[in-house]
Structure formats: C-alpha cells, structure tokens
Design a protein around this ligand. Structure first.
Ligand code: NAD
Ligand code: DAU
Length: 331
C-alpha cells in the first residue's frame, strides 16, 4: 500500500508514521507536511531513511494532486490544531482545515483514492459535568471555537463528498491525545516543560474542565483499524474512558515529577472554554474490535514525562517564545 500521510511531522502524525514504518513493512509512506511552527523533521528522525518527505501545503492543489495520483490511500492529520491560537487568529484554521481538506477531497475524488479524515470530539461541543451521556456518532454537531468549527466544517465536506461524489472515505473523531512529541503549547507538555525549566505550571480558570485522555498510540491503532476494516462512509468515535479534570492532571504531573501538588498558578480562563468532553467508543470496539492498550494514565504520563526529560533538544529552543506568547495573553 502506498500511503500519503498529511501532517506527518506533527504530534499524532509523526507517531502514526513511526508506528507504521515499524509495524508494516509492506506500507510505503510519503509524508506531506508544510512544517508550520507545529511540525518538525526532528519528529521523523527515527524513520527518515525509510519514508519520502515532501514539504508542502495540503491546499496546494497541484502538489496534492501529484502525490495523490501516485498513492492508494490518504490519511489526513494536517491541521491547525490549537484552540488558543484560533482565538487570536482564526484565518490559518479556515485556510488549512477547510480549504486544505477541500483540496485533498478534490484530488482523491479525481483519482479514486481512499481517504481517511482525522478529526476531533470537539465538533460535538461540550457536556455538563454531571451529564451521564457521552458523545456518540449520533450527537449533533455544536462546535464552540474557531478551531473546532473549522474541523466540523471539514467533516461536513468529507461527508458531502462521500454522498455526492462517491468518495471512498471514513472519518474518526478522537478525544485529547497525550504522549511523546506533542507541541509544548499544549496542556500536558506545557506543564512538564514548565517544571523542567523552573516555571510554575499554569491552570486555566478553576481547573474543573474535563478532558477524556487517550494515549496517541491507541488513537493511531484505532485509525489503522478503521483504514483496514472500517465501513466506507462511516464516522467512528475514538476514546479510552480517560476522563479527568485539569486540576487533577496538573497535580498528578507535579506529583510524578517529585513536586508539591499545589505548586502551580491559576491563570486567566480560555474564552468560551469547553467544559467537558467524553467519548463513547463502543461502536468502534463492538464493530471493529479495537480496545485501548494504555489503560493506566499515570504510567502513560510517566513515560511522557520521561520522554520530555530525555529529549530536551526537541523542545528547549522554543520554550521561551511559547511562554512569552502565553504571558502576553495573560495565560
Ligand atoms: P499538530 O499541530 O501537532 O500537527 C499538525 C501538523 O500539520 C504539523 O506537522 C503541521 O506542520 C502540519 N500542517 C499544518 N498546516 C498544514 C498545511 N496547510 N499543509 C500541510 N501540513 C500542514 O496536530 P496534532 O495534535 O498532531 O493533530 C493532528 C490531527 O488530529 C488534527 O487534524 C487534529 O484536529 C486531530 N486531533 C488532535 C487531537 C489532539 O489531542 N491533539 C485529538 C483529536 C483529533
Ligand atoms: O479533544 C480533542 C482536542 O484536544 C484536539 O482536537 C485539539 O487539537 C487538542 O489541542 C486538544 O484541545 P484542548 O483545547 O482540549 O487541548 P489543550 O491542550 O489546549 O488544553 C487541554 C485543557 O487544559 C483545556 O481544558 C485547557 C487547559 N489548559 C491548557 C493549557 C495550554 C490549562 O489549564 N493550562 C494550559 O496552560
């Protein structure tokens, strides 16, 4: 199988590419990545001699078309992915998440190539803390932020291209990922690298917001399961029953790093901050037999902490700039 992985130099994409090269010698991987601030060739260093890397924009129709024409499958991880950035400047989100997805869809349509769209649970909006319900494939779309609304728009484009043009596509909507090589602007790596550089961790608002954590390798195993066995036209929800409020997560990180669990700062809350996400992935488990393997969050988190500790060269140069940006926002 010849597979084009867009956004393959980012957090989830680079873990997908690394696992694919390791476990599937029959798969030929081409990475298409614009190398925005969120992408890095360093994230692919373990596999660089076994993949083809093309630097470019998914919204570049000629380039996308040329790569898609010579492939059997496109997995689209490329996106602007950070909610806080989307509140400061939404335009790159509209351009990459909507126009970029449109461009890829036109190419896979033209060449009859199979497509998998990687999306987020944030398209469903948020839940109350005491709501017994979780998101399912039937939950109506109700996105809150510029980021999640552009992801919702991209999902709608995929669904329309399936129905109107017979594009052979599947979609997945996953909850919050953690693991190695996540950009240090994101919650967990920001706090780990804060502690490693002597900065106090920062908690938005009261810290009651709940996220449903899943290890990135579990997410990617589910994506492969959908590529291989998923039903064309279907959406699958991916989650690992990992609900935790942010206050608990920050205290666990501090504790695992040998600090006082109260040694953090409360900072300004995110505007429009989604309260709670929770995924019901029973149809993925029931129909495709996928189950998460990382069921112990503390163990997965400890391994993630160790990765940032042992790979300072991957993130250290960017740390001051990321924190300066947050400080300017009061966060
Ligand atoms: P990321 O920000 O770490 O990586 C995004 C990658 O896409 C980067 O390598 C970047 O250079 C590349 N990119 C951005 N714009 C591009 C463009 N126009 N053309 C080509 N490449 C471009 O993101 P991530 O956290 O790895 O997320 C990957 C995908 O998974 C996204 O679609 C995101 O919406 C989705 N998702 C993320 C999570 C999560 O918790 N991180 C959860 C569910 C779904
Ligand atoms: O649910 C899936 C989504 O998860 C993905 O679609 C997004 O791409 C991904 O970024 C993530 O979105 P969140 O906004 O939930 O992730 P983030 O890491 O930015 O924040 C997680 C929670 O932690 C959120 O409630 C905000 C809070 N937070 C974040 C930062 C950066 C803090 O309390 N302090 C912080 O410093």
């Amino acid at each position: 199988m010849r597979i084009v992985v867009t956004g393959g130099a980012g957090f989830i994409g680079s873990n997908f590419v690394t696992a694919t090269v390791r476990d599937r010698p029959d798969v030929e991987v081409t990475v298409l990545d614009a190398l925005t601030y969120a992408g890095s060739r360093k994230s692919l260093s373990a596999v660089e001699d076994r993949i083809r890397f093309v630097q470019g924009d998914i919204a570049n129709a000629a380039l996308a078309d040329q790569l898609v024409a010579n492939s059997d499958m496109v997995v689209n991880f490329a996106a602007e992915s950070h909610n806080d950035n989307s509140l400061v400047d939404p335009w790159p989100f509209v351009q990459t998440n909507i126009v970029g997805t449109y461009t890829l869809l036109q190419s896979v349509r033209r060449h009859g190539v199979r497509y998998h769209h990687v999306s987020t649970d944030e398209v469903y909006g948020d839940l109350e803390l005491d709501d017994p319900k979780k998101f399912t494939e039937q939950t109506p779309y109700n996105p809150s932020s510029p980021y999640s609304s552009t992801k919702a728009a991209s999902d709608m484009l995929v669904r329309a291209w399936i129905r109107s043009f017979g594009v052979q596509a599947t979609l997945s909507n996953c909850s919050n990922n953690y693991g190695p090589r996540q950009h240090i602007e994101k919650f967990i790596p920001r706090q780990i690298t804060n502690i490693l550089t002597g900065v106090r961790p920062k908690l938005y608002g009261g810290g009651t917001n709940v996220r449903d954590w899943i290890h990135v390798d579990d997410h990617n195993a589910a994506v492969w399961r959908i590529i291989e066995s998923g039903q064309i036209g279907r959406t699958y929800l991916i989650g690992a029953n990992g609900e935790l409020d942010n206050l608990s997560v920050i205290r666990i990180i501090l504790e695992l790093m040998g600090r006082d669990p109260e040694d953090f700062d409360y900072v300004a809350d995110r505007v429009g901050h989604d309260l709670r996400y929770a995924i019901d992935s029973s149809s993925l488990s029931g129909e495709l037999g996928w189950y998460p393997r990382y069921t112990n969050f503390r163990e997965g988190l400890q391994a993630t902490i160790d990765w940032y500790h042992n790979n300072r060269g991957w993130w250290e140069n960017e740390k001051d700039a990321v924190e300066a940006r947050y400080q300017a926002q009061g966060a």
